[in-house]
Design a protein around this ligand. Structure first.
Ligand SMILES: Nc1ccn([C@H]2C[C@H](O)[C@@H](COP(=O)(O)OP(=O)(O)OP(=O)(O)O)O2)c(=O)n1
Length: 368
């Protein structure tokens, strides 16, 4: 594979394992074999969860541990697994910690499987003023805030809900670079890509892709628990209500319900790039893509078995019911350069769950 010779960009798998070897990334246990992804590292829960009264940021002069002393209500042992309930906020010290060099920053995001389960998660560092952002040179522990929104979940020490990307300098493609890359590598399958706001627009498919006109799913309430570490475990219909197009090409979002929908466009992330979905702020209408997320190098890439991969969109409406129409823009994909070519690509031999996906619930569910 052609190698990128760049001085800025997202660290690829090999460089992430180099961080571990040099002690810049530490962990209380050896890394799992599949923990390093093409452009990110999955973060693992430690053995304790603190149930807290409310979410918080430590602010510039405090450690997370100081705030936990004041805000914790109860400590939960995760070594044998425990249920985290909906509507509650938990803080879990992660097994991984950082000692980043001055030229390396990082950012975190829920894993796609976590977003698809509507588990709200954010990484917090000591002295943080923002969630999910780890400043260059940060040295210290990492914590995960977890708040299951729709389904109660079972988690345990080692469960992987969130992921981190390491970034040297600024490597975001601007709009003209995006258009040029789209010209050579077709980033979204659309005749006239909408490049604006620094990214390529993604819109909703409400016509339905299959003969049955299935357009999405709405999360049920008062379900049983989902074990985040078990695949193909639950019958879809115990947790989700299917939604069909019925010829209208629109969907009325009920306030505070959680929907899994799919993009109209097939998406492509070429091997030397990483992408991230950012919510589209429509200014009118209180709906948004709730968990945007990282897109790996190789996602939707034909040689990695990804032709036609759509993006899964987790959507919520707040405050008022909102009519979503087919083709309405809900998010943007922004692309960044990789610092180096990844050794592995999403989909090719990595046990990836969502390559070449259409409308796909998280890996925990099975049909029937
Ligand atoms: N809103 C989103 C976010 C991501 N993805 C796609 C692009 C990612 O490359 C792929 C996998 O994302 P993650 O690595 O975050 O997901 P998991 O780790 O849960 O899945 P896997 O086990 O397949 O790596 O899902 C998506 O369709 N919709």
């Amino acid at each position: 594979m052609a190698s990128a010779t760049r001085s800025t960009g997202i660290l690829a798998d090999n460089a992430i394992s180099g961080l571990f070897d040099s002690g810049r990334l530490k962990s209380e246990a050896a890394l799992d074999a599949d923990q390093i992804q093409p452009a990110s590292l999955d973060l693992r829960l430690g053995a304790k969860a603190f149930r807290v009264r409310a979410s918080f940021l430590p602010g510039p002069s405090h450690l997370v541990a100081d705030k936990l002393d004041r805000l914790q209500l109860h400590v939960i042992d995760l070594s044998q697994g425990a249920v985290l309930e909906t509507g509650c906020v938990y803080i879990v010290p992660l097994m991984e910690s950082l000692d980043l060099p001055a030229d390396l920053a990082a950012s975190a995001n829920p894993k796609s499987s976590t977003g698809r389960l509507d588990i709200f998660t954010r990484v917090i560092t000591d002295r943080a003023q923002e969630f999910d952002k780890i400043p260059a040179g940060y040295s210290g522990p990492l914590y995960l805030e977890i708040s299951p929104r729709t389904f109660p979940i079972v988690v345990r020490r080692g469960s992987r809900l969130s992921q981190i990307r390491f970034r040297k300098g600024k490597a975001l493609l601007n709009e003209s670079e995006l258009l040029a890359l789209h010209g050579t590598d077709t980033l979204v399958a659309s005749e006239t890509p909408n490049v604006s706001g620094g990214g390529i627009a993604l819109s909703i498919d409400l016509k339905g892709t299959g003969p049955d006109g299935l357009i999405g799913y709405r999360g049920k309430h008062h379900t049983s628990v989902v074990d985040v570490d078990r695949k193909n475990q639950h019958d879809i219909f115990d947790f989700w209500e299917p939604l069909f197009s019925r010829g209208r090409n629109e969907l009325i979002l009920d306030p505070d319900e959680f929907y899994i929908l799919v993009s109209r466009e097939a998406v492509h992330v070429p091997p030397l790039y990483a992408a991230e979905m950012t919510p589209f702020d429509p200014l009118v209408g209180e709906f948004r893509v709730h968990y945007a997320g990282f897109f790996d190098p190789g996602f939707g890439h034909a040689p990695a078995g990804g032709s036609g991969s759509r993006a899964v969109l987790e959507v919520r409406s707040h405050e008022v019911p909102f009519i979503l129409e087919h083709g309405q823009i809900v998010g943007r994909l922004v692309y960044e350069h990789m610092l180096d070519a990844p050794e592995g690509l999403y989909g090719s031999g990595l046990g990836s769950n969502y390559q070449a996906q259409g409308l796909k619930l998280s890996k925990h569910f099975r049909a029937g």
